[in-house]
Ligand binder design. Structure first.
Ligand SMILES: [Zn+2]
Ligand SMILES: [Zn+2]
Length: 863
């Protein structure tokens, strides 16, 4: 059938040979034919040997000029050899005759012995050189790429070599011959054939702006890439098998090739070398225009090895993957593994045809608008494998961030979406330990982001008002949408439609531990004001839905108490920010109205809008405690949410009580502090103080884990100051009023302690209240100068409120608890038809507000 003369053939003979090979390959297109050819080879003993020699000679040739013919013949020889091996392996024990198997076995041995893989590697390398590609790391060449004919030839060589490697692997697996596998492993390792094929494939990728390759070439590129990825996978599996027999290689042979593909395609997708990424996800240039995006190595063993290698602080001999590219690679792995997990647990929008995975890009800043389809080259994995992959990738990301902080700071903006997404996609399949490991990395990464701002407990917070001064990690986290992601998560915590409630797990990470809560709050006050305002509004709505039970009974594991404590942390931070703003951001000289501290000031004030919510909850909780004490239930249980909210309110009182009277001369941010008293009054301070006083009387002190001295002082100061400002304060009867007996008890304590004058003031106040309550003088402050200051204060308060409101338009219904959608910033508001001055998120809110009195304001047209 075939008449071969070796080693050198004329062009005519080569053409004949090409024709013969073509007809042989045609015969081998189906299994029957392949078997027939195999049997025929077995009967003509020298054919196999001839094939081998021809293959090894042919693959050495250059692609240029007439030798293209030799390449063509050589690749066909490899294809025939591959098909024969494949055919024997496929037919397994039943089909192939002994003679055929012997031939295939001889062929395999001969191919290895004649170092056909080395020849193939050299061939691939010379093609890369001929195409003008770099021999080390793929770079973006300027100008036009190689000609399409050269590309077509190169792609064919790459495809055939990759396929031959794959066939070798499956053949040796079928033979169950460890010696053969080990021989193959070392040939693969020494020849670097996979690396060369990887480079070859990348060198024919069209440079940006160059004309697109033909459909045909593109589909060949695609299938060559698929073959290479499959080969990388097979080799990795085989090496592990062979390694079990005692010859573990230092690094998997497929690794450099995978690195070349991953890092190379990353560079090209971004068109920026290994600089800043443009797109969050990999769009493999080999196929991006057909819409079938390919990720080269979504496979468990390989990915894990890749991750381990990347996380080590070591560099591969070749190629050198820059740290940033490595981190980006980890992020993409995380994203893809998350997407695959979503697909496998059925929550993916489109499960596709088994091998397609739709990656939900919603966890980017833009949220829930973008999806992209990726092709998984290896069969989808089981959920448990994906969970491990996600956990592993996250852990490696943490390690990489620790080992290479600069690279991490540069890439962290891309990280938070995938990190949040990873929890959402895998929470269902994780056990408690896995989840806490995964979430531990999240906390760690957040900690590293805000670490430069953290100060020893008790010092004023280190806050910066200009984005340019933010620590790089924090800036990256904020740029990466940390705050909107957290807001979206918060809005989903009570969404029971997802039985795994991943939002709960996530919120616990960021809000349940005191340290994490502090870090999150620090991140939030440095966020873009509108984003922060949206999160504050969401938090406020969540607080509105809570009952005082979460203060009196709640434990730290309840997400509701966590929310209360986060609100308190924010209040604490914002009060500190307002009070200490002069210390950290005020430029010397007169206060500039356009000073950079304005957004932080307004934001801090916006956070103060949570005071009424916390105050209302606390007040109701204290009344409940008071009632229970009356029913002789004894000393109340101390909960951390109760303590936290008490401290937040006491902190607010402290600042309000400390406000100097010479308001007119204060710079504007100090005015904001001064505003905390009127704000507290709005928040129901009078009733709150009444409840606290009642408890002091009942238990002899506030029965919670707060420093008693400062509580007593704060309550006393606030009572006297409030009464001074609002002389009717305290005189109400019932729960809101201040019992003179309670005031006296407190005064005695203070007089006996370090505050005799405060005690005396309080005593006087008690006497005054006993003597008929308020003086009837409704003017807040007495003298002319003070009246002017009070007017300035009221004006400033109104202005600050307006500024804080302007950060984010909100539904005018104060009882609105609509948490639909991802963000408060995305809520569409409809203006009131009557006055157009206010707007609502929905008809229900409009109706509720009309019933609550807006109809009167609006002249009856509002409903
Ligand atoms: Zn509403
Ligand atoms: Zn209206």
């Amino acid at each position: 059938m075939l008449r071969l003369k070796l080693p050198e053939l004329s062009d005519k003979e080569l053409r004949d040979l090409e024709g013969s090979f073509d007809s042989v390959l045609e015969c081998m297109e189906d299994q029957e034919g392949a078997a027939m050819v195999l049997e025929r080879c077995a009967s003509e003993r020298d054919i196999a040997a001839a094939l081998v020699r021809l293959a090894s000679v042919a693959v050495r040739e250059d692609v240029s000029g007439s030798t293209e013919l030799r390449i063509a013949v050589g690749t066909r020889a490899l294809m025939v050899a591959g098909n024969m091996l494949k055919s024997v392996a496929r037919r397994d024990c039943g089909g192939a005759t002994w003679a055929a198997r012997a031939t295939a076995s001889a062929l395999a041995d001969a191919l290895l012995k004649t170092q056909v893989l080395h020849a193939a590697a050299r061939q691939a390398a010379s093609v890369v050189a001929a195409l003008g590609g770099s021999t080390s790391f793929p770079t973006l060449a300027a100008g036009a790429g190689p000609s399409s004919a050269a590309c077509a030839c190169a792609v064919k060589v790459a495809g055939v070599i990759a396929e031959l490697v794959g066939v070798f692997c499956s053949y040796s697996y079928w033979r169950q011959d460890i010696a053969l596998e080990q021989k193959l492993c070392s040939a693969l390792r020494e020849s670097c054939v996979l690396d060369q094929v990887g480079r070859l494939l990348l060198s024919v990728v069209p440079v940006p702006g160059a004309p697109a390759p033909s459909r045909e070439l593109e589909s060949r590129q695609d299938s060559a890439l698929t073959s290479l990825c499959a080969a990388i996978h097979d080799v990795t599996v085989m090496e592990r098998r062979a390694g079990d027999a005692g010859t573990t290689p230092p690094l998997p042979t497929g690794l450099p090739a995978a690195m070349i593909l991953c890092a190379g395609t990353l560079s090209m997708a971004d068109q920026l070398g290994c600089g800043l990424p443009r797109t969050a996800l990999l769009m493999t240039p080999l196929s991006c225009r057909t819409g079938s995006h390919v990720f080269p190595c979504v496979e468990g063993i390989l990915i894990q090895t890749l991750l381990t290698t990347l996380s080590r602080d070591q560099q591969l001999p070749r190629p050198t993957v820059p740290a940033r590219a490595a981190i980006r690679l980890l992020l993409r792995v995380l994203r893809l593994a998350s997407a695959a997990a979503r697909a496998s647990n059925g929550t993916s929008a489109s499960r596709g045809s088994g091998r397609m995975v739709r990656v939900d890009m919603s966890w980017d800043k833009v949220r829930r608008v973008e999806t992209q389809e990726y092709r998984l080259l290896i069969a989808p994995q089981t959920a448990s494998q994906l969970v491990l992959q996600v956990k592993e990738a996250t852990a490696q990301l943490g390690q990489a961030a620790a080992a290479r902080p600069a690279a991490w700071a540069a890439e962290a903006a891309q990280a938070w979406g995938p990190l949040f997404g990873a929890v959402w996609s895998t929470a269902a399949d994780m056990d408690h330990l896995q989840r806490s490991e995964l979430l531990g990395t999240h906390t760690y990464l957040l900690e590293t982001a805000v670490a430069p701002l953290v100060v020893p407990k008790g010092d004023p917070p280190r806050l910066v008002s200009s984005p340019a001064q933010l620590p790089p990690g924090l800036k990256a986290a904020l740029d990466g949408g940390f705050v909107p992601l957290l807001e979206t998560t918060l809005r989903s915590i009570f969404d029971h439609s997802d039985p795994n409630r991943p939002a709960l797990a996530l919120v616990r990470v960021f809000l349940a531990q005191p340290g994490a809560r502090h870090h999150t709050a620090l991140a939030l006050v440095h966020a873009a004001p509108r984003e922060a305002a949206a999160l504050i509004a969401t938090l406020s709505k969540l607080l509105l839905g809570l009952t005082p039970l979460f203060l009196t009974q709640g434990n730290d594991y309840m997400v509701e108490t966590t929310i209360i404590m986060f609100a308190c942390e924010l209040l604490h931070l914002s009060l500190d920010a307002l009070h200490n703003s002069a210390a950290y951001s005020e430029p010397p000289g007169p206060v500039d109205p356009a000073a950079p501290c304005a957004p932080l000031l307004v934001l801090s004030f916006a956070i103060l809008q949570l005071l009424p919510q916390v105050s209302r909850l606390l007040q109701r909780a204290l009344l409940r405690v008071q009632g229970e004490a009356g029913a002789a239930k004894g000393r109340p249980k101390s909960t951390s949410s109760m303590t936290a909210s008490l401290q937040a309110l006491l902190g607010a009182m402290h600042y309000a009580g400390a406000t100097p009277t010479s308001l007119g001369t204060l710079p504007r941010h100090r005015l904001a502090v001064a505003c905390s008293l009127p704000l507290l009054v709005d928040s129901g301070l009078e009733r709150l103080l009444g409840a606290l006083l009642a408890l002091v009387q009942l238990f002899g002190a506030v029965p919670y884990d707060v420093p008693v001295d400062s509580v007593n002082q704060n309550i006393a100061r606030c009572c006297t100051r409030l009464h001074q400002a609002y002389p009717v304060a305290g005189s109400a009867s019932g729960a809101g009023g201040w019992q003179p007996g309670a005031l006296r008890a407190l005064a005695t304590r203070l007089a006996a302690g370090t505050e005799p004058s405060l005690g005396a003031e309080l005593e006087a106040l008690a006497a005054k209240l006993e003597g008929g309550g308020g003086s009837g003088d409704a003017a807040p402050l007495e003298s002319g100068a003070s009246a002017a200051a009070a007017a300035a204060l009221a004006e400033r308060l109104a202005a600050l409120k307006a500024e804080a409101r302007a950060l984010l338009p909100a539904c005018a219904n104060p009882a609105c608890v609509n948490l639909a959608g991802d963000s408060e910033a995305g809520v569409k508001l409809q203006p009131c038809a009557g006055c157009k001055a206010v707007a609502y998120c929905c008809r229900e809110c409009q109706a509720a507000h009309a019933d609550a009195g807006h109809m009167v304001v609006c002249g009856g047209k509002g409903k």
